[in-house]
Design a protein. Structure first.
Lengths: 225, 245, 209
């Protein structure tokens, strides 16, 4: 019998290999993130002080929408080609397998967004000193976001053209992440102590790790019925 | 343990009959209490020393806000029961809760905005409680949207049940995060919904309104539940008997 | 080793508002093949999905070796290899990679074992080609290799020979025979009967409701 860690490795390994064979698709959320955040200076003004004021909001709304774009495809292909069914019948905990899938999703969408955020932030006239804090806050926030997204993706599985519904389900639930995340980024930019919002983000991530895979597994099982 | 009572309770004809018999026991006291509460609140209670008569909208706003949350909780509990014990009647109850809760949320938002106009000079000032109420409305709409997007009724029941449970875990977090957000961004000119120094002649009608609205919610729920059961069981023999009665 | 036994009793299954299975019962034990036939829409797929526990029956029960299958679903699933209508393969992975990831979740497996199984199902020649370049019949052969590799006593196959040529049809028959001989149970929904010996074969005909 192969152990649970080995199972998780296989699930993550499969997703990473598939993503690597479709590298172009990996870039789509990043490009989306880039273009959305480019729109703000064009719509507002290029004046650095104003951009710096709105930077946390722009960064977070952009990251939220970009990862929403990726979430739609989290389970869709696996549902269509029968992989989810095989996961559900593998004799392994579906909750655990879906958690592994969520981890690979974060590695492929949340982490790249976090790593790309300094580029976007620089464009919004944020000083380089704030970058480590920004990367940390986006990385931590997207963990919870990926988990939340796994639940919504599971819920909207069997629905044709579920994209808009997915947003309607996910965004209200993501309000706390937006608030804490944008605040953490704002404090990083101001050079202030960002521990309070970071703790909140971490708490959301922990709560998500405990509950979201369970809910996602329940939703996926229902969709297979 | 003997669970037959549980399943008998959950059987559609039994629940339908029970709902029909119970409705007047909630509807009439609700009407009476709301009438008393409104009279007490609008006529008997003295005006607030700061807000004058404007505060009186609290007699509708506060109970609506309370019920918007309670309906969501009830919905989640019913959904969880339906999910765990595969009880159809519980899913029917959850489905009935959603539109009622959504309307109470709309009422809370509407009255809150009316209250805001004299206080802040604008209908909408991103007051934390109203903002949380707005997010709650989106949660309700998401639930209703998900339910209507799934054609298979059993899958709709079970999928939306998972959403209701996830939502009910999230609601307190949303409330807390919005309060926290507000405490950071509080502009000096914006006054929070004051907790008026409340006196007994003001408080008593409010308590009566709370009880009256809760009873009203139960009565509405029972009525909707009956409709929901009939719709779901429309092929069953007992429904034909009830309808031709 | 005791003989495996699968029984279904008075199963009623609804799909939406459609009452698909009305009191279906069946039984099969180790060494037997249960052939499920019926017109399109008679509920063959629903029955198979109920047997593996994906679909919950409204009433009735299914027992594996005397235990309700939902009692310890994970232990039961470890004993089942399920092949649905579609071959559950990733188009961007090769046949070898597909099976490495899919079967690896169930049990420890190495490349030689996978290659051997692919050879048995006549998929050895395209083991290293991405699945997207394979025909539907070739994919089916890869999927059948997956069923063999799962090493589960109970096989539940939905149209196993679909897309396969005459040679493939005979292959499915041989696989079923071999699995029976080793004490396994095969349940398959088919349109055309599989070429297997009649002794040890049971038939379950579903009539459209």
């Amino acid at each position: 019998m192969s152990g649970v860690w080995h199972c998780a490795q296989l699930v993550i390994g499969r997703d990473l290999r598939l993503a690597f064979r479709n590298r172009a698709q990996l870039l789509h959320p990043l490009l989306f993130f880039g273009i959305v955040t480019t729109l703000f200076p064009l719509a507002l003004s290029p004046e650095p002080s104003r951009l710096r004021d709105v930077a946390p909001g722009v960064l977070w709304v952009g990251a939220l929408l970009a990862s929403l774009l990726a979430i739609e495809f989290l389970f869709r292909e696996d549902a269509q080609d029968g992989t989810l069914e095989q996961y559900a019948l593998s004799g392994r905990s579906l909750t655990w397998l879906l958690f592994a899938k969520t981890v690979s999703h974060w590695l492929l969408s949340g982490l790249p967004l976090a790593l790309a955020s300094p580029v976007v932030a620089y464009g919004l006239a944020v000083s380089p000193g704030a970058m480590p804090g920004i990367v940390a806050s986006v990385a931590l926030g997207t963990i919870a976001l990926s988990l939340l997204g796994a639940v919504s993706a599971g819920l909207t599985l069997g629905i044709k053209r579920g994209g808009a519904l997915l947003s309607l389900l996910t965004l209200p639930l993501a309000v706390p992440l937006l608030i804490f995340g944008a605040q953490a980024t704002a404090r990083a930019i101001a050079g202030a102590d960002m521990s309070a919002p970071m703790y909140f983000l971490a708490a959301c991530a922990v709560l998500g790790i405990t509950l979201a895979p369970l809910a996602a597994a329940a939703a996926v099982r229902i969709s297979l019925e | 343990m003997d669970w037959t009572w549980f399943h008998r309770f959950g059987s559609p004809p039994h629940l339908y009959g029970l709902a029909r018999r119970l409705t007047p026991w909630f509807a009439w006291p609700a009407a009476l209490l709301i009438a008393i509460g409104l009279y007490g609140g609008l006529v008997l209670a003295p005006p607030d020393y700061q807000q004058g008569d404007g505060f009186r909208i609290i007699y509708v706003h506060a109970p609506s806000a309370w019920l918007s949350l309670m309906a969501y909780t009830w919905m989640a509990v019913a959904a969880a029961i339906g999910l765990v014990w595969r009880m159809k009647a519980a899913h029917a109850a959850a489905a009935s809760c959603a539109p009622i809760g959504a309307w109470f949320t709309v009422a809370a938002l509407g009255t809150g905005m009316l209250w805001g106009k004299p206080m802040w000079g604008t209908y909408w000032a991103w007051d934390p409680r109203l903002t949380a109420e707005l997010v709650l409305l989106f949660l309700y709409l998401g639930y209703i949207g998900l339910r209507s997007a799934i054609e298979d009724p059993q899958r709709a029941d079970r999928t939306s049940a998972v959403l209701a449970i996830v939502g009910v875990v999230n609601v307190p977090i949303v409330r807390y995060s919005v309060e926290w957000w507000n405490s950071i961004h509080q502009a000096p000119s914006v006054m929070k919904f004051g907790k008026p120094s409340i006196s007994w002649p003001m408080l008593t009608p409010l308590l009566i309104m709370f009880i009256g609205f809760t009873l009203l919610f139960v009565a509405l729920l029972l009525v909707r539940l009956r409709g929901e059961i009939l719709r779901r069981e429309r092929r069953a023999q007992w429904v034909a008997e009830v309808v031709t009665e | 080793m005791s003989v495996h036994r699968l029984t279904g009793e008075a199963l009623h299954v609804f799909r939406g508002e459609r009452h698909v299975l009305r009191g279906v019962s069946f039984a099969a034990q180790g060494g037997e093949y249960l052939e499920v036939t019926g017109r399109n829409g008679a509920g063959k797929t629903s029955l198979l999905r109920t047997i593996v526990g994906l679909v919950h029956a409204e009433s009735g029960r299914i027992e594996w070796n005397g235990l309700d299958i939902h009692r310890d679903a994970r232990a039961f699933h470890a004993q089942v290899a399920f092949l649905g209508h579609e071959s559950p393969l990733k188009a961007d992975l090769t046949a070898m990679e597909n099976l490495h990831f899919a079967i690896g979740i169930r049990r420890t497996i190495d490349a030689t074992e996978i290659a051997r199984a692919l050879g048995e199902t006549g998929a050895g020649g395209f083991a290293d080609r991405p699945v997207r370049t394979l025909s539907a019949g070739q994919r089916r052969r890869v999927a059948l290799a997956g069923v063999v590799l799962a090493a589960a006593p109970l096989w539940v196959l939905d149209e196993p020979a679909t897309h396969l040529d005459a040679d493939g049809h005979a292959l499915v028959g041989r696989l079923v025979e071999r699995h029976r001989a080793s004490g396994g149970i095969v349940i398959a929904a088919v349109h055309a009967p599989l070429p297997v010996a009649e002794p040890g074969t049971r038939h379950l005909g579903l009539t459209s409701s």
